[in-house]
Ligand binder design. Structure first.
Ligand code: UDP
Length: 326
């Protein structure tokens, strides 16, 4: 009997790659998405596959899935600082009410559930690199609070269902991830820079560009998720690429990659923008035997090829940032 898995956020960047992976592994995949930030284009190639079904549903409302379920992956959530400003209440609800609904579903179906937490639980970290036992430095009422606190609640609720109800739970803390199917217009730094280069605009660095991030290629992340789901480790696990870079140097890499003749321009740093971020992946290495395989040069090449293949319409589609300024 093939195993059946529910993947929420299925039409999103990560969700769609997870659907592909679990289909390839021989699973029956139930994809669920309310499509406020997801895009059916990311999964349309699966619609002909008889092992795939799609439910258009908001998981913040009661979730009903008929039949057997062996696994649940909760990957539904807006995931860019621009989204948090534009849709703060949905961001809060999907990781709080949505997580509660899915934990309830996991309990009745006796399914194992893995929830997508984030390096944002560490906030603007005072410990570097970030280890899983660091409790974080989060501003609950800042612009990122709607995401960070909902994800922290998600972790608390997940652990409570594990200890109180005995539900099999897994928690991944995802660091910055990139790859094909990222939304070009979501305001995140990589699609922002590549989009700007493709449109012949200057690259916008927020602040002085000395803040750091560590970028993980999506295939590596998906492998980490797969291994964590199949493991018996209940505490949170960081998955990310420890190769750290300043945003200024990252802009230079994109300029070289795209061959653009544009320059960089400096804009105000958004409130509560973390100054540094790098995962400590000792636990992932030890427990899952996992580490990233795709370096940034290779990952960026693959990602650029994807963005270059998009239509002009998509390239010039209205950017959320214009709403924010009004
Ligand atoms: N950033 C930037 N220019 C942009 C978009 C983002 O300099 O056009 C910076 C942003 O201020 C942050 C970093 O790039 O320091 C990563 O931003 P992103 O929104 O991708 O994710 P975050 O890691 O902050 O959640």
């Amino acid at each position: 009997m093939p195993k059946r898995i529910l993947i929420t956020g299925a039409a999103g960047f990560l969700g769609s790659h997870l659907c592909d992976r679990f289909i390839a592994e021989g699973f029956l995949v139930v994809g669920m998405d309310n499509l406020i930030t997801g895009d059916l284009k990311n999964i349309e190639h699966l619609f002909k596959n008889e092992r795939f079904e799609f439910h258009h549903h908001d998981v913040s409302k009661f979730v009903f899935v008929p039949g057997q379920l062996d696994y649940i992956l909760h990957f539904a959530s807006p995931a860019s600082p621009i989204d948090y400003l534009k849709i703060p209440i949905q961001t809060l609800k999907v990781s709080s009410l949505g997580t509660h609904n899915l934990l309830g579903l996991a309990k009745v179906k006796k399914a194992r559930i893995l929830v997508a937490s984030t390096s944002e639980v560490y906030g603007d970290p005072t410990v570097h690199p970030q280890t899983e036992d660091y409790w974080g430095n989060v501003n609950p009422i800042g612009p990122r609070g709607v995401y960070d606190e909902a994800k922290r609640f998600m972790e608390a609720m997940t652990m409570a269902y594990h200890t109180y109800h005995g539900v099999e739970t897994r928690i991944i803390r995802i660091f910055n991830t990139y790859g094909p199917r990222m939304r070009l217009n979501d305001g995140r730094v990589l699609p922002a820079f590549i989009g700007q280069a493709l449109r012949g605009e200057d690259l916008t660095i927020f602040g002085d560009g000395s803040q750091t991030r560590s970028f993980c290629y999506v295939d590596d992340l998906v492998e980490g998720i797969f291994r964590l789901l199949m493991s018996d480790y209940v505490n949170p696990v960081n998955i990310g690429n420890p190769q750290e870079i300043t945003i200024k140097d990252f802009a230079e890499e994109i300029i070289k990659l795209t061959g653009t003749s544009q320059k960089v321009v400096y804009r105000d740093l958004p409130q509560d923008d973390p100054k540094q971020r790098q995962p400590d992946i000792t636990i992932a290495r030890k427990i899952l035997g996992w580490e990233p395989k795709v370096d940034r040069a290779e990952g960026l090449k693959r990602t650029y090829a994807y963005f270059k293949s998009l239509s002009k319409d998509e390239l010039y589609k209205k950017d959320h940032r214009e709403f924010e300024k009004k």
